[in-house]
Write a protein that binds this ligand. Structure first.
Ligand SMILES: C[S@@+](CC[C@H](N)C(=O)[O-])C[C@H]1O[C@@H](n2cnc3c(N)ncnc32)[C@H](O)[C@@H]1O
Length: 291
């Protein structure tokens, strides 16, 4: 599967969303590295505040609520990782990592684990250039692996690194499932379940199919699909909660949790000022374990 090389990618946009959240809305997730990794065009927007305001408050207004799901998925995944580290997990695999700054942001967790970020070569090349340009130091136990998940399984991609498939791992697949066809997602999941050991956990956010999402979000959904397709990254799949459960079970996983992302809104907004933007009810969260 090819990705465009010369546009602002969805990975750049979601990094800009984390940066916008850090400085403008409630503190659900703090990513002080997002502005360094989002690419020069969005960095410029970040520096020119009136331009940034126009972009987020006017141009992107119809789809900005979906950016809350970018924030919530990042928080949920890292909270899950924290709990699993307490239970002894020592490997974290970030599939389709984009501009995720875990390596720089969480030395507290990285002190206790090895992390591996697997991404499409086009995105990862860009990220490595940005890391170098920003003068960021990659910790020795954080590893970069370039792979197209529509061509190789995560296990094949990780072969040749220090990843140990006979030890359980925590895997995140955030903001990626909908860019894969259902067949490619199923084959990625099967590859994980058959190649990694029992107890390996995966957290995946997924887009609801039209019937499962709140009708009030349908217009936003149409605009979001158009926005990403125009940038060369069409969304290719969506699921009901039952369909996601079946896909996971058929691949070899058992459910830990499978829920609507908006179920987290109350818990995440406790002790915070009201969320500036309500997350739309159009994404689900699957947290499954290799049987
Ligand atoms: C919207 S970004 C999400 C990035 C990150 N997980 C986050 O939440 O900020 C989508 C990511 O999926 C990756 N991706 C899409 N198709 C892929 C494929 N076939 N193989 C590997 N990565 C892919 C892109 O390179 C990009 O990093």
């Amino acid at each position: 599967m090819s990705l465009p090389t010369n546009t602002i990618s969805t990975a750049d946009w979601v990094a800009a969303a984390r940066d916008w959240h850090l400085r403008n809305t409630a503190g659900l997730f703090e990513d002080p590295y997002a502005s360094k990794l989002c690419g020069w065009r969005l960095k410029l927007v970040h520096l020119i505040r009136p331009l940034e305001w126009v972009l987020f408050k006017v141009v992107l207004k119809p789809i900005v609520p979906s950016s809350m799901c970018v924030i919530m998925r990042a928080r949920y995944a890292e909270e899950s990782l924290e709990r699993l580290i307490e239970k002894g997990i020592r490997q974290y695999v970030i599939l389709g990592a984009g501009m995720d700054s875990f390596a720089f942001r969480r030395p507290d967790l990285l002190d206790r684990i090895d992390s591996f970020e697997v991404d499409h070569p086009v995105t990862q090349r860009k990220k490595l250039r940005r890391i170098e340009h920003a003068g960021l130091k990659v910790p020795p136990n954080h590893h970069f692996v370039a792979a197209d998940l529509s061509e190789v399984s995560p296990v094949e991609a990780l072969a040749g690194t220090s990843f140990n498939a006979s030890e359980p791992a925590f895997i995140s697949l955030l903001g990626v499932s909908y860019y894969l066809t259902p067949e490619d997602l199923a084959s990625t999941l099967r590859g994980i379940a058959s190649g990694m050991c029992k107890g390996t956990r995966i957290v995946v956010d997924y887009m609801f199919d039209v019937q499962s999402s709140d009708p009030a979000t349908h217009n936003m959904r149409r605009k979001m699909l158009k926005f990403v397709a125009k940038r060369g990254e069409p969304m290719r799949s969506s699921y009901s909660m039952d369909a996601m459960h079946r896909l996971m079970a058929e691949a070899g996983f058992r459910a830990v949790e499978n829920f609507r992302m908006t179920d987290l809104t109350d818990a995440y907004s406790k002790n915070l000022p009201p969320l500036a933007v309500e997350p739309p009810d159009m994404f689900g969260f699957a947290n499954f374990e290799v049987k």
